[in-house]
Design a protein around this ligand. Structure first.
Ligand SMILES: [Zn+2]
Length: 305
């Protein structure tokens, strides 16, 4: 349709268009660079003896289509991670680097007992000695502490000391009180341990408390899946960063990571949507900061390019 058809001079049309552009909400472009998925599980029920519902080709396809170029792989049992690590040709073709972690769980019963179960410590030692086809294990976890006091369990304390000594990162789904206890169990009292805090406090530790912990422990990193209060809905589409979280990410741009947390198969179904959501709120940040959180921080932590 031409402007003449509306009976208005061309300059009026241009003025109206200009005002419309100025008045439109400023929606930054989505982040378009590489992603480092710092919290990924390839659990038994996803592959079921390799037949599915999510065999290797399926999960690698989801990563590739999402622009995920590296993953922290940790799986119950560790066979899932070993399978990802062994698929050298397939992962290379998909452009995905595998960073293997030793999961502390052989089965669901281990969730509630690992921190005092000596056989878990032995299993970790055996896995570390065995390594993976993608190279040595780079970390321990994910593990959970539903009661933070269990961070004082004998096996939990031994594993934290071991992680610091062997320069293994730790992926911990715990509350803020447990962060202090786990850090206290290391020889450096938390000054050297690299601890990825799964969800950065899934119970919603206040931003000021997260800030204080980041200041206290130089190796503490926050992984942002499921973090309550991170994004706020607005009228213009999907979630955008809430102001106090945006400020925290800008204060510590080198300390945050994103992750899928594919803890149940449903998370695999929505993997691509999840990564698209991350790209949306990452676009609310200055491009250099978005890239740090999306990729650089994980790549630096594990020496990838
Ligand atoms: Zn998880």
């Amino acid at each position: 349709m031409h402007c003449k058809d509306l009976g208005m001079p061309v300059w009026v049309a241009w003025l109206a268009l200009g005002l419309a552009v100025l008045g439109a909400p400023a929606r930054a472009a989505d982040y378009a660079g590489p992603l480092f998925d710092a919290h990924l599980h390839y659990n038994e029920e996803a592959w079921n003896g390799r037949t599915g519902p999510h065999p290797l080709a399926d999960v690698l396809g989801r990563m590739q289509r999402s622009g995920v170029q590296a993953i922290v792989a940790n799986s119950r049992p560790n066979d899932g991670t070993q399978a990802l690590a062994a698929a050298r040709n397939e992962t290379r073709r998909a452009g995905v680097a595998v960073v293997p972690f030793v999961r502390l769980y052989r089965n669901r019963a281990d969730y509630d007992n690992w921190f005092r179960d000596e056989s878990i410590y032995e299993m970790v030692q055996a896995e570390l000695a065995r390594g993976t086809p993608a190279g040595p294990y780079r970390g321990l976890g994910e593990f959970h502490l539903y009661d933070s006091q269990n961070a004082n369990g004998p096996v939990a304390k031994k594993l934290m000391a071991l992680a610091e000594e062997k320069q293994l990162a730790v992926l911990a789904h715990v509350d803020d009180a447990a962060i202090d206890l786990l850090m206290a169990a290391t020889p450096s009292r938390g000054q050297k341990l690299r601890l990825i805090w799964a969800h950065t406090g899934i119970g919603g530790a206040p931003v000021a408390r997260v800030d204080a912990l980041l200041a206290k422990y130089p190796g503490l990193m926050g992984e942002l899946s499921y973090r309550p209060g991170l994004t706020c809905k607005d009228d213009h589409g999907p979630g955008r960063l809430c102001p106090e979280w945006r400020a925290l990410l800008l204060k510590y741009p080198g300390r945050f990571l994103i992750g899928s947390d594919t803890w149940v198969n449903q998370r695999w179904l929505y993997y691509e949507d999840l990564m698209k959501d991350y790209r949306g709120w990452l676009g609310d940040l200055p491009p250099a900061v978005a890239r740090q959180i999306a990729w650089d921080n994980g790549a630096t932590l594990f020496g990838l390019k």
